[in-house]
Design a protein around this ligand. Structure first.
Ligand code: FAD
Ligand code: DHB
Length: 389
């Protein structure tokens, strides 16, 4: 088989890139290791920056999001005793959209199918070859037989555990990492959300986050120690802990119910550079991971896709390779800004096991600064809603 762009990974990055390329008349094939149902079953991101919202509309997968997504114009940050609102819309002129990653992936799969796009599921032992030559290709096994796809470019959209990044020589790849000594226990429950604006609470018992998916679907998280087994957390234990960490007025009106999904995600900051090796590009979680505080992961994947799509479009339609040459540097520059924001917000809001009284006072002072300084709020709002591409 031959295609122009061979995309490894059928998560949000790979599907969105394939969809944008298709609309520009550029051919691609997506190779995904899992089944479609498995990919759609992963409950992950929920908050989209305004740039991501615009990109999804451009990719013609914005209709359902515009009808059913919840426009969010502010967030609430809380310390030990009370919360305060940061008016993102007033401070930046832009707003966020609450719209689940599962819904985005569903719409992207439907759009690819309707337009006759090639997405190959259950592709095993996918491997990129000869990326440092002008004739790269990708091999994989399906139903016991080996297949080969020759292409002009390879897009490594295969997430943190994928094969693309690992195929870059050790002597070339630079990695930067911080692993945090805690994780997030997240639940999904069919109950009315306690708040329509996302709440980030820094409590001495640990961090808590209240988010939502729709009028009767709540998404809540609490910080838990690193390596904690999810079996240790009955629904009752989760609700008690969550209630203890959010401001009293909200705790009083919280409606609880059975968890329909419950899982623990570890927290890390990680970046690999360069984001391009010869004719292979790294995109999204394949190149970088941020801790979820501040909801940047999926949004960074979208900005990488935007830069790569523009670069490939200029290459094929205008015979201009400047975007290809600039991709690694441009994408990484935006990644590092989001990396700093997520690290800062994580560090201010969570309890660290070895934290001193001084450290806690510093966290409280950061939160007071945010509550009392319009300038501090404006800086945070700008980063939360997302830098323009
Ligand atoms: P992935 O979603 O990881 O997709 C990669 C795909 O590649 C997968 O389908 C995988 O099966 C496939 N693959 C892997 N290896 C191979 C291989 N060898 N061959 C073929 N296919 C392969 N981000 C936000 O912006 N906002 C949020 O609110 C937010 N909340 C989050 C909450 C949680 C609990 C978690 C875990 C993450 C959250 N994120 C959030 C991050 C966000 O989910 C990720 O950044 C996003 O999924 C990245 O998309 P991706 O397509 O780059 O990678
Ligand atoms: C959600 C996740 C986040 O990481 C965040 O900062 C806000 C909301 C969510 O899953 O809804």
């Amino acid at each position: 088989m031959r295609t122009q762009v061979c995309i490894i990974g059928g998560g949000p990055s790979g599907l969105l890139l394939s969809q944008l390329l298709h609309l520009a008349g550029i051919d691609s094939v997506v190779l995904e290791r899992r089944t479609r149902d498995y990919v759609l079953g992963r409950i992950r991101a929920g908050v989209l920056e305004s740039g991501t919202v615009d990109l999804l509309r451009r990719a013609k997968v914005g209709d359902r999001m515009d009808k059913q997504g919840i426009v969010d114009e502010g967030i609430v940050v809380a310390g030990e005793t009370h919360g305060f609102r940061i008016d993102i819309k007033a401070l930046t002129g832009k707003s966020m959209m609450v719209w689940g990653q599962t819904e985005i992936t569903q719409d992207l799969y439907d759009a690819r199918e309707a337009m006759g796009g090639t997405v190959i599921h259950e592709a095993e032992a996918v491997k990129p070859h000869e990326m440092d030559t002008d004739a790269p290709f990708v091999t994989y096994y399906k139903d016991g037989a080996e297949h080969r796809i020759d292409c002009d470019w390879i897009a490594g959209c295969d997430g943190f555990h994928g094969v693309s990044r690992k195929s870059i020589p050790r002597s070339v790849l630079k990695e930067y990492e911080r692993v945090y000594p805690f994780g997030w226990l997240g639940i999904l429950s069919e109950t009315p959300p306690v708040t329509h604006e996302i709440l980030y609470a820094s409590h001495s018992r640990g961090f808590a986050l209240a988010s939502l998916r729709n009028e009767n679907l709540s998404r809540y998280y609490v910080q838990v120690p690193q390596g904690e087994p999810v079996e240790n957390w009955s629904d009752d234990r989760f609700w008690d802990e969550f209630k203890a960490r959010i401001p009293g007025d909200l705790a009083e009106k919280l409606i609880t119910g059975p968890a329909i999904e419950k899982s623990i995600a570890p927290l890390r900051s990680y970046a690999a550079e360069p984001m391009r090796w010869g004719r292979m590009f790294l995109v999204g979680d394949a190149a970088h991971i941020v801790p979820p505080t501040g909801a940047k992961g999926l949004n960074l994947a979208a900005s990488d896709v935007h830069y790569l799509f523009e670069a490939l479009k200029a290459h094929y339609l205008d015979k201009d390779d400047s975007g290809i040459e600039d991709y690694a540097q441009k994408a990484a520059a935006r990644v590092w800004q989001a990396m700093r924001f997520s690290w800062w917000f994580t560090t201010v809001m969570h309890q660290f096991p070895d934290q001193s009284g001084f450290d806690r006072r510093m966290q409280e002072s950061e939160i007071t600064l945010l509550e009392t300084s319009k300038a501090a709020q404006a800086a945070m709002a700008e980063l939360y809603v997302g830098a323009p591409y």
